[in-house]
Design a binder for this molecule. Sequence first.
Ligand code: FRU
Length: 505
Amino acid sequence: MTNTIRLWALSTLCLFCFRSFGQNKKYDEPYRPQIHFSPKQHWMNDPNGMVYFNHTYHLFFQYYPGATVWGPMHWGHATSTDLIHWKQLPIALYPDSLGYIFSGSAVVDTHNTSSFGKNGKTPLVAIFTHHDPKGAAENKNNFQNESLAYSLDNGATWTKYAGNPVLKNPGITDFRDPKVMWFESGKKWIMTLAVKDHINFYSSADLKSWKKLSEFGMGIGAHGGVWECPDLFPLKLNGKTYWVLIVNINPGGPNGGSATQYFIGQFDGIKFSPIDTHTRWLDYGPDEYAGVTWNNTGNRRIFLGWMSNWLYATQVPTKSWRSAMTVPRELKLADYNNDIIVTSAPVDELNHLRKKTLAFKSIPVSPKVNLNKMLGDLSTQYTLHLNVGSEQGISVELSNTKGEKLTLGYHKGKNEYFIDRTHAGISTFNKDFEGKFTAPRLSGNKTIRLTLVVDKASVELFADEGATVMTCIFFPHQPLDKLSIIADKDFEETPLSYSPLKPIW
Ligand code: FRU
């Protein structure tokens, strides 16, 4: 064997070992999501620092590598070129003398306003909250401050800024989760910060020195809990630009615990003015939280949330890891009965996972149809599209031979959508887990269009082109591999399509 061949054999073996024992860990444990990002092991919460750069989507996340419960926060890191297949990378940010690394955002500093760029390299800059656990334990009120880190190698390694923190806490216990964006018409950076029960806006020319511009939110929207993880971005409707302000809230969600609300308005570079005082929810289900959007994705606005709820996140029955993210969703504006709302749809890239599609122009339901007869053995991950007339109620039932079932659908009398996981499996780990969750129907369309994204232990319901969305996790003793449809009355001409999906790991 020549040295070259020896070297080749050795490196192939190393690569094989790395893939087998490192990156390519099997991801086949009970409840392990097959089409959603989850960390190889240990605890994860909020998505952080989401930014698109050099053909790569970066996803950082609140991560504790020491256990499967929350602890000293780091930023974990994963990347994808298609928003669907993820590669988990080494931890990006570790706690330091200023504290844990709480949630925040990342920007591409194209014009090198921060001067972190060297030798023509464009810096990626992360803006995050330093949470000082000592200050918190001593009941101080200024233990959360905003700091910077930058990367000159496409996000692979990060250097914390020596001048941290860049935005000091004026004495408010909840002062966190900065979302920064470039405001082109004012040629400045805007930071949206969650401050207990409202939002503060700041501006900066260089990401290092910040000036307070305005406040928003006191007395408007939902206030059943603390405001966290905000986001601010423009979206167009019929050629007109509106600004969407996302504010996550915990507790106080429409179905209990944590949830994502948003406001529609105008942002003039200084202040946010809502078009009305309605409380709107991006997802009514119990299991979408801390959702925000990617920076730097051009005209697309792509949202990702943490698929859990602080009510029970640390107790869900997964063993080596805890929590997953939702499927990435594209956000758009729509006008429903003279109300402007944000709609969500799974990103088109999800369709690339389809193994095949079984489409039926019409299925007879009288009053219950077992779809397994038509669809064969069910995959553990699939999408299902279904259209029915709004003059009747309908339930989709996912069940198993143990008699466990999750039902979801539309209640005609109440004009609302629901997901019921009361009998869907293990729920004793927390009294708030079991239950039936509801969401209003916002659309007045005659036809109800439902899209389900089903994974081993989660379902995401997108109704009426994403006008009403519900995310729900569940933990059956056996996979819910039976699928039925139950209707109030027989229905005709009900198109349905089912696409089993390839696992992403
Ligand atoms: C939201 C949150 C953030 C905070 C982070 C800590 O889930 O509470 O406000 O930065 O989690 O992990």
